[in-house]
Design a protein around this ligand. Structure first.
Ligand code: SAM
Length: 288
């Protein structure tokens, strides 16, 4: 009796710019599988051509992913070996594939990673920001109000925050970082592994100034990394903060804005200044 091969889906990372970053294992896997599911088949076809590989391609993108699941599952159950790739980097990381992998795994299919390039990991590896803990937030919302809300919601997080951004929104994102997080340190990794790879470091405001002086700095693909909030026990001058908050409250500044300004100027945690501002306001005009 002939033994049927176990079907496997290989999730293959591909370069984020420099083709030399494709691993030997990735090349071998792409050459050996029965078919490759690709985010954009024309894009992947160019990569395969460069490698001298000819394999059948089928598209798998955000608009047809759910429809493809059954089809790919049937092929795996029949013992086929398949690969999943996205246009660049690691599939599923701000790219299609989550639905497919979730469904295949819950159906008991074998899913194997072929690790390699990933923009956020490459960026963190050179930023010089703490990497022991970080939050990856992918692309922020397109609308400024929603973007500011998300930036602000994480303002007290102590770990490094990582975002993806496109060239046409990078300045808007930095402007929102100025509004919500003030002088917080930002590292911008642009065009990683490509000819114009650049790392910029500074406050969001200073990065905007750099871009105003050199429009080249607004081009290409970006990973935006924002330093975490200072640790809760970082010494800040409470007395100075209290004076500052009291002065602003007397001038009619709202509790939330007063806390935001104090955090920006003195550091420390926004929540802590907010609570102090609330207490001061209560002292100033106690509730009946
Ligand atoms: N799956 C990919 C990965 O593993 O990084 C990410 C795909 S996501 C659709 C594309 C975003 O990743 C870009 O808008 C940019 O924010 C970031 N990115 C991709 N390549 C990059 C590069 N070479 N340099 C900087 N950022 C990059």
């Amino acid at each position: 009796m002939s033994e049927r091969k176990e079907g496997v889906l290989y999730v293959v990372a591909t370069p984020i710019g420099n083709l030399e970053d494709l691993s030997a294992r990735a090349v071998r896997t792409l050459a050996e599988v029965d078919a490759i599911a690709a985010e954009d088949t024309r894009h992947t076809q160019r990569l395969l051509k460069h490698l001298g590989i000819e394999r059948p391609l089928l598209s798998l993108h955000e608009h047809n992913e759910s429809g493809r699941v059954q089809q790919l599952q049937a092929r795996l159950l029949a013992g086929e070996q398949l690969a999943l790739v996205s246009d660049a980097g690691t599939p599923l990381i701000s790219d299609p594939g989550f639905l497919l992998v979730r469904e295949l795994r819950s159906a008991g299919c074998r899913v194997v990673p072929i690790p390699g390039p990933c923009a956020l990991i490459a960026a963190l590896s050179v930023a010089g920001l703490p990497t022991d803990r970080f939050t990856f937030e992918g692309f922020l919302p397109a609308k400024s109000a929603a973007r500011q809300r998300q930036l602000e919601a994480g303002a007290d997080r102590e770990e490094t925050r990582v975002f993806y951004e496109s060239p046409h929104r990078i300045r808007d994102l930095l402007a929102d970082v100025v509004t919500t997080l003030g002088e917080r340190r930002v590292v911008l990794a642009r065009e990683l592994t490509k000819t114009f790879e650049t790392l910029l470091d500074g406050s969001a405001n200073s990065l905007l100034e750099t871009m105003a002086d050199d429009s080249q700095q607004t081009r290409g693909e970006f990973v935006v990394m924002v330093a975490g909030a200072p640790a809760a026990d970082t010494a800040v001058d409470d007395a100075e903060g209290e004076t500052m908050l009291a002065a602003m409250l007397t001038e009619g500044v709202g509790v939330k804005s007063a806390a935001a300004v104090t955090t920006r100027l003195l550091g420390g945690r926004r929540k802590q200044w907010y609570q102090l501002a609330l207490a001061l306001k209560e002292r100033e005009s106690p509730a009946e």
